[in-house]
Design a protein around this ligand. Sequence first.
Ligand SMILES: CC(C)(COP(=O)(O)OP(=O)(O)OC[C@H]1O[C@@H](n2cnc3c(N)ncnc32)[C@H](O)[C@@H]1OP(=O)(O)O)[C@@H](O)C(=O)NCCC(=O)NCCS
Length: 187
Amino acid sequence: MLAEIILNIMEIKDLRMRVMEIDDIKPCLDFVNSAFEKNMLTKGPVQEENDINSAPWSWYGLPEIWFSVVEFNSRVIAYCIVRRVGGVAHLHSIVVEPGSQGKGIGAFIMERYPKEHCGNKSLPCILTLHSYTTTDYNHEFYLKYGFKLYVDNDEKIFLELNEWISNCNKHHDWPLTNKKILFFKIL
Ligand SMILES: CC(C)(COP(=O)(O)OP(=O)(O)OC[C@H]1O[C@@H](n2cnc3c(N)ncnc32)[C@H](O)[C@@H]1OP(=O)(O)O)[C@@H](O)C(=O)NCCC(=O)NCCS
């Protein structure tokens, strides 16, 4: 809630979420490492490539991947990357530049990204994201925005999960290993 109050001071009207243009990539790459290093004052491991030739940047231009930025006074201060698989919108990345963290920008993205840039696709019916048992500093953030931590057999209750699980299966990434965990939110 505090974040929302600070965001009001920062003036929500000066914030804009839009599709990432090719010229926005460089400013985003410039703050990847420092964003993870600060991470709301909880120093965490850097979990994103800052090499333009590696994923997720090498996915730029693929129709199923949405790249978005948030601008404040026409300056790029955050980005998010979402993979769309059928009714699933998988949040691959959410990164806020270090100087703008703790001011409600992450909240602004979490509330908007499922509806942004759907193009002619229907709205997603489930949001998913991966995290790690070792990066519990961001679990609190996801739980705050209504995500649930997957536990065995949740797909028997929340049938929407099956689409993401079969996608992971196709890429030999299910069951999840190497401390990877799944959060999801049914819309
Ligand atoms: C995690 C991140 C996206 C959050 O964005 P942010 O703009 O700093 O967060 P906000 O200011 O919108 O905070 C929203 C709420 O979540 C809480 N929160 C944010 N990050 C948190 C964290 N790491 N741990 C615990 N709570 C957190 C805030 O306290 C706030 O709660 P409040 O409304 O009760 O005050 C941002 O800090 C970041 O980019 N970190 C580095 C990259 C990263 O770790 N990304 C996630 C993994 S890919």
